[in-house]
Design a protein around this ligand. Sequence first.
Ligand code: FES
Ligand code: FES
Length: 161
Amino acid sequence: MTTVSMTVNGKAVTGDVEPRTLLVTFLRENLRLTGTHVGCDTSQCGCCIVHLDGESVKACSMFAVQAEGASVTTIEGLAQGDQLHPMQEAFREHHGLQCGFCTPGMIMSAVDLLQHNSNPSESEIRHWLEGNICRCTGYQNIVKAIQSCAADMKSLPQAAE
Ligand code: FES
Ligand code: FES
């Protein structure tokens, strides 16, 4: 066992893990932050996407110890109390949720997209989501939600995270 420490959703956390423990396992099992999902465990589906020092990463593709000292944001860290993040609100509004299994990773990925490109075209959104697999929606409503959020966030530039 080894001790790992990081900041998760603004709080300092420490835990004992085996060196082979994945970041997603640490988040779900040690911290009980089960909003981050595991779909494939082979770095293809994007259900496990979190932000690591502000960039989206697949939490099944790195070890917890590789996040030592980092700042991690999970889906649980986006809302401010009862107030949903604009991207969460947009998914709700545009029926991008469906079964919800891919949703946490989709939302984390989409927030990262708008942080890099505040006005993405539809093809840029679809290209960005290539690492996120949704089995329910055909992506139509997810794309609509992201387009709508991009429009809203232009007037709320501080609201990303
Ligand atoms: S569980 Fe990480 S990409 Fe599928
Ligand atoms: S909403 Fe069901 S997998 Fe995407």
